[in-house]
Design a protein around this ligand. Structure first.
Ligand code: AMP
Ligand code: MG
Length: 353
């Protein structure tokens, strides 16, 4: 009799959802993943949140194993070491190579994955930082700007001496694949931070937009020192900035985003570029687009970046530019979604449309 009462009570609780049980949409799993040279944070919600979070991790690790430049067994390393021989490539690398060619063309060469030998010469790949001689840079620039990818039915081949680095695009592509995982697991909301690449999926619990801070490039030693905050739902926000990786020599700072026109770290007057785009239905590989463009527009500088956006005929995107001279410039679509951190000392401007 007692057992029956308990059973009925339990059933009533389950049916009414009372008794302090968690709304299945709000159940949450957070995991930290160290991959692609980055500390990442994956937070998923919903009944299947633990399985979904670990499936996101698997996606990242699978891509890292294929795309890493420092793992000698990755497809990218094997292609780089192939000495110009044709190599069969898997679907992910195939998609990335096509996309890289597209972004190289559309950005007038600012985006160029053949930057690899130059990135190594500066020591950014292997953490042996140094300033190469002008002669060395000029020699390597010939490889970068003479980039030719031979695509045959049997596979792809790089030109002699050439090698590729997908560091400017791989995390964005990973974010696109993560969107697919979240859909597959019917995750209602998630916040995925792949280090500079944020995916604000759905809304926060309760329906408010996610708050995505944009790092203040001048205060990188302070955690959560933001120039401002974006309120986003179903969006990617990808930031490129010189502050993310650099070394100093003789009082001068050298960062990791290299201008293929000069072979030196880009010096365009920008401290960071954030590209924002939808991740909802019909937005295709927009995480990858944000990643490729944040790198390229950082190299272009403010005026050229804003002109580039005005003339862009691909998927729509918005921008937040932080300039070296202390301004935050946002494009019109973010006017209601960006709030400047008044204590940061930046001034805010809306870009002319
Ligand atoms: P991101 O943080 O997405 O802007 O990517 C920066 C990384 O992309 C660097 O660490 C390099 O590995 C690579 N990279 C540097 N310069 C370029 C460039 N001009 N085009 C493509 N990739 C680049
Ligand atoms: Mg990028």
């Amino acid at each position: 009799m007692k057992r029956l009462t308990a059973y009925v009570l339990l059933l009533a609780l389950l049916l009414t959802g009372c008794g302090g049980s968690v709304d299945p949409d709000e159940a949450q799993e957070s995991i930290q993943v160290i991959a692609m040279d980055t500390a990442m944070l994956i937070t998923t919600y919903g009944e299947r949140s633990p399985a979904a979070a670990y499936a996101c991790e698997d996606t990242i690790r699978d891509l890292e194993a294929k795309l890493s430049r420092t793992d000698p067994d990755s497809e990218v390393s094997r292609l780089n070491a192939a000495g110009g021989a044709v190599l069969e490539v898997g679907e992910d690398l195939g998609v990335l190579l096509d996309a890289a060619a597209y972004y190289q063309f559309t950005t007038g060469g600012a985006f160029n994955i053949a930057i690899a030998p130059l990135a190594s010469a500066w020591g950014f790949t292997e953490d042996h930082f140094r300033v190469p001689s002008q002669e060395e840079i000029s020699g390597l620039l010939k490889l970068v700007n003479g980039f030719s990818l031979q695509q045959t039915p049997e596979g792809v081949a790089l030109g002699p001496g050439q090698s590729i680095d997908l560091g400017a695009i791989a995390k964005g592509y990973a974010a696109d694949k993560i969107v697919q995982v979240l859909q597959e697991y019917e995750v209602p909301r998630a916040n995925i931070n792949l280090g500079g690449n944020v995916l604000a999926y759905g809304t926060r619990p309760g329906g408010a937009p996610w708050r995505v801070g944009i790092q203040d490039p001048k205060r990188t030693d302070e955690p959560n020192a933001f120039a401002g905050v974006l309120e986003l739902e179903d969006s990617f926000a990808v930031t490129s900035g010189g502050y993310q990786r650099y070394f100093e020599e003789n009082g001068k700072r050298y960062h990791h985003i290299l201008d293929p026109a000069t072979g030196y770290p880009a010096d365009s007057g920008l401290a960071s570029v954030t590209v924002v785009a939808d991740c909802g239905e019909g937005s295709g590989l927009s995480g990858m687009m944000c990643d490729a463009l944040s790198t390229a527009l950082f190299i272009m500088g403010e005026e050229t970046a804003l002109d580039f956006r005005r003339n862009w005929s691909g998927l729509p995107f918005e921008l937040v530019l932080i300039t070296e001279d202390g301004r935050v410039v946002a494009t019109g679509g973010l006017a209601d979604r960006f709030t400047l951190d008044e204590s940061s000392g930046y001034t805010y401007e809306e870009a002319a449309s």
